[in-house]
Design a protein. Structure first.
Length: 249
């Protein structure tokens, strides 16, 4: 079992948002999490990566057989957890090259590996840019500074390609993307899929799942997973909406 969540309760400022999440994910799988605004989707991703704004009240999260909740956010990343943000931030004055080289070499150091030389790192960047058809000029600019919405999302998947995570969480990566950008981002995600890693796709809409095929669809409703079904269930939700679900759980 790659990720196992049991009875997870968490919230913010004394308000409980997650009210008993149970979820199990194996390597090689893609799981979609859908649900209306306020259901707890982004809270779940924030708790998994260790956002200190959120407080865990109860429950356990095991990642690769280890207690994820006991790890620092940095060690969660080094252990292979990656989050593609819904709203990627800009980091003025920090070039993409320096940012990614520091991240990659930090992960290598954690694994007891030698840091990549400048030549080897730049070769790696060139190869990974192709996954998301990323303009080489963007890689020399400050992180996300002046990037369009689509460029920021491509940059997130580029970072994912560079770090080769074991578990990737895509938090509404499709938000604000046109069809062409959505296709490019989804193709990048699909190329990175392997029997050794897994992906959680958090989305409101079925359209992303036309490109990234999930093994299971979970509906998060009022802080709990209300229903788990196959990929075809996303199309049913698209037709009927979440109000229909409220009366059928």
């Amino acid at each position: 079992m790659l990720l196992e969540i049991k009875n997870l309760h968490a919230g913010i400022d004394g308000k409980e948002i997650l009210k008993g999440i149970d979820l199990a994910i194996n390597a090689g799988e893609v799981h979609a999490i859908m649900g209306p605004n306020g259901s707890g989707k982004s809270t779940l991703s924030s708790v998994l990566v260790g956002n200190p704004t959120f407080t865990v009240k109860e429950g356990t999260v095991m990642f690769k057989g280890r207690d994820l909740l006991a790890m620092t956010p940095e060690d969660r990343s080094r252990e292979g957890l990656f989050l593609s943000f819904q709203y990627p931030v800009e980091i003025p004055g920090v070039s993409m090259v320096n940012f990614m080289r520091a991240a990659v070499n930090s992960h290598r150091e954690y694994r007891g590996e030698e840091p990549l030389s400048a030549t080897a790192f730049l070769k790696m960047m060139r190869e990974k840019r192709e996954f998301v058809e990323m303009d080489s000029k963007l890689a020399s600019r400050s992180v996300n500074e002046g990037f369009s919405g689509g460029e920021k999302k491509r940059n997130e998947i580029f970072q994912m390609a560079m770090l080769s995570p074991t578990l990737s969480i895509l938090d509404e990566t499709d938000s604000g993307l046109d069809i062409d950008a959505l296709r490019v981002v989804a193709n990048g995600v699909n190329k990175l899929k392997s029997p050794d890693n897994a992906t959680i796709v958090i989305t409101h809409y079925q359209r992303l799942l036309d490109y990234i095929k999930p093994d299971a669809v979970h509906v998060l409703y009022n802080g709990r997973i209300a229903k788990t079904a196959g990929p075809e269930f996303a199309m049913e939700l698209e037709r009927k909406g979440y109000d229909w679900l409220k009366n059928n759980i």
